[in-house]
Design a protein around this ligand. Sequence first.
Ligand SMILES: [Zn+2]
Length: 162
Amino acid sequence: MADTPALWISGHLAERIRAHGAETYPHECCGALLGRDSSFVLDGDRGKSLQTPAREILQLFPLVNRRDDSPRNRFSVTAEDVLAAEKAAREQGLEVVGWYHSHPDHPARPSQYDRDHAWPWYSYIIVSVHNGAPLDMTSWRLNDDRKEFSPEEIEVRHRAAV
Ligand SMILES: [Zn+2]
């Protein structure tokens, strides 16, 4: 197992996440990431091969931010949202591998609220939106002890690997 997980996403989908964040500004946007986990065997030197765990984002499932008390800095994913996202994923032969949301006028780093409401295993993409313009996009996974997030490298690809 390689130690750094990578998250693969097409340029088109990355753009859609950024656009969603700009659209809902100054409120947070949120949605589900649909895709799959794979191990790709890469040919290494001298006949050695390397197993690289990778996660591919193949579709998005935008959600409505239902937090009307504090939509600027809170988003909430309800049980109904999770079920709807899982159903949409199944219909496309995919699974829900993560969630995305925006940080209006805040850096693309998880907040305490994010940590308190996250689950391990999922990828959490955060896009920072300043004055309505999307800036940095980062991805995180909650450690199994649920205390910290680890950064996950986002690789923007023009085509999904087969
Ligand atoms: Zn957040």
